[in-house]
Design a protein around this ligand. Sequence first.
Ligand code: SAH
Length: 230
Amino acid sequence: MNADPAELAKFSALAHRWWDPTSEFKPLHEINPLRLAHIERLAGGLAGKRVLDVGCGGGILAEAMAASGARVTGIDLAEKPLKVATLHQLESGSAVDYRLVSAEALAAEAPGTFDVVTCMEMLEHVPDPASIVRACAQLAKPGGHVFFSTLHRNAKSFLYAIVGAEYVLGLLPKGTHEYAKFITPSELAAHCRAAGLEPADLTGMTYNPLTKVYALGRDVSVNYLLACRV
Ligand code: SAH
């Protein structure tokens, strides 16, 4: 199984705080409107589309995409975040279909099913990211869109994403990220091409610690989004 049990346990232990916008998940809440708008723009809107969110966690992005009119399936291998996601829908009235299944298993079961596949802030937590990329490519319909986001691997990303975010600013719990698992944009693009995906847009995501504002832009040195066509 392409999953690290320690990683899944980490997300399960924090899961009850997933929807608290002041918690460990604050960064995900704050980047959500930015990435949602980006996905909508590049995919040509989400209304009526079939969307799969891989590594959906508590469902922050999955619910937002459903609110934009998509029929969303959310998958994750950590049990507690999925339970939180399911419970949250009682409150929000959202209708995401959450399933505890691996991307690889779902790809074997339902290939070519989704207009849009998203896999955000997840590849840097798995043992074999290329296998997830292949599964995402198989799950998307021909002509569909696949979106990834992850952390670059270089001195600056070490300083910002680990030292800064975990140790200085305390935005994330210590030990959230492991430098060796970060993925450069060219490595990710190579995984995508090998899976038959065509990288179409590379956009950076930055955090300004003075204004505490996240933004999308050209600086891909720390966090970035790669959009592909199938
Ligand atoms: N994509 C969500 C959550 C990111 S947190 C968002 O951006 O808002 C990372 C998520 O990846 C966690 O929910 C964790 O349980 C999940 N994850 C880690 N390894 C996984 C794997 N091998 N398969 C599926 N999900 C995984």
